[in-house]
Ligand binder design. Structure first.
Ligand SMILES: Nc1ncnc2c1ncn2[C@@H]1O[C@H](COP(=O)(O)OP(=O)(O)OP(=O)(O)O)[C@@H](O)[C@H]1O
Length: 325
């Protein structure tokens, strides 16, 4: 692992003693009649892997692009590593790494030439050999970018984001379009960066990815942060660590009160005929749920349970599924 946490203030102003890696206050951005970011406040601490999770159009990319200095906000405060884009733009460019959702590299350059080009933008950084090895692109070193697969291009984008040895790394949907193996490889890379004490801010609409990688998560919807916490805190907010889902053979009325009155059943909702109960004591609640439905003369067509996930948090907050958006 070539990247190690910087411990001291060095000649280029790097310091691990930063109080906050990112500070957003009252951030707002409007496009024509769309409010893309609607009053976002956020603090990310050094060494955190922080996730912005939300459906398409929630405002994640706009927020992250404002942080990266690529989009100007209409109003609000943005501080990165205790600096801002108005007065410290050149310094900040040396300290952050950016992986955009889609990066267009010159097709005619080789992988090595591309990484060398990006390395030349930074006063200090990681050796090109090291970065190419980290991104598992050794075999493609002399290949032209135009001939790379989608996953290889994504890894090249990650290599270019890391070549300046950034203190703060932005990853915008880093695993979209990757096969499961490439996804896992990228997760390992993020784990290594976390171990090296780097701050990472990532957007994703994969709940498993957010749960696996992020120390804290902000769930965004319609430009606002609607929930913030560790994955465990967010999942605990559902009210029960298990979700029981069932459907009935025919379109029948259910006595909801008799279900929510069962010890351990925290809440009930129904969506497109699928009933969902959040449940804390699965082993005692499930027999009572069966008994209640039987007592009401209702026949089940489906019944399943799963551990509560971030998807359930989003559904509980908005009544919609993340994936439906
Ligand atoms: N350049 C733009 N011009 C007009 N509208 C925009 C522009 N960029 C974003 N928007 C709109 O702002 C809203 C937020 O978009 P944004 O891309 O930030 O969401 P997102 O959460 O990143 O979505 P996705 O997961 O699809 O990338 C959307 O309604 C989008 O259509």
């Amino acid at each position: 692992m070539p990247l190690t946490a910087s411990q001291n203030i060095s000649s280029d102003g790097r310091s691990s003693a930063t109080v906050r890696s990112l500070l957003l206050r009252g951030l707002r951005k409007t496009y024509a009649d769309v409010v893309a970011v609607d009053g976002v406040d956020l603090e990310v601490m050094p060494g955190e892997c922080f996730g912005l999770l939300g459906p398409n159009g929630a405002g994640k990319t706009t927020t992250i692009e404002i942080c990266e200095g690529l989009t100007a906000p209409d109003s609000g405060t943005v501080e990165l590593l205790e600096r801002n884009w108005n007065s410290h733009a050149n310094e900040l460019r040396q300290l952050i790494g950016i992986q955009l959702q889609e990066t267009q590299f010159p097709d005619k350059l080789t992988v090595e030439e591309t990484v060398l080009l990006f390395r030349s933008f930074f006063h200090r950084g990681v050796a090109v050999d090291e970065i190419i090895r980290m991104a598992q692109l050794d075999e493609k070193r002399k290949s032209r970018v135009g001939g790379l697969s989608g996953g290889q291009k994504q890894r090249l984008a990650m290599a270019c984001a890391l070549v300046g040895d950034p203190e703060l790394l932005f990853l915008d949907e880093p695993t979209t379009g990757l096969d499961p193996q490439a996804r896992r490889h990228l997760w390992d890379l993020v784990d290594d960066l976390k171990k090296a004490g780097r701050t990472i801010i990532l957007t994703t609409h994969y709940m498993d990815e957010a749960e696996r990688l992020c120390d804290r998560i902000a769930i965004m919807d319609h430009g606002k942060i609607i929930a913030l916490g560790t994955p465990q805190q967010l999942i605990a907010s559902v009210g029960g660590e298990h979700i029981v889902e069932f459907a009935l053979g025919t379109d029948t009325n259910v006595d909801v009160a008799s279900l929510t009155g069962i010890p351990g059943v925290q809440s009930h909702r129904v969506d497109a005929g699928l009933h969902q109960l959040s449940v804390s004591e699965l082993h005692t609640a499930v027999p009572l749920i069966f008994a209640s439905l039987k007592g009401q003369g209702l026949a089940l067509s489906e019944f399943r349970t799963h551990s509560a996930t971030l998807e359930d948090v989003f559904v509980g907050l908005t009544g919609r599924n993340l994936r439906d958006e």
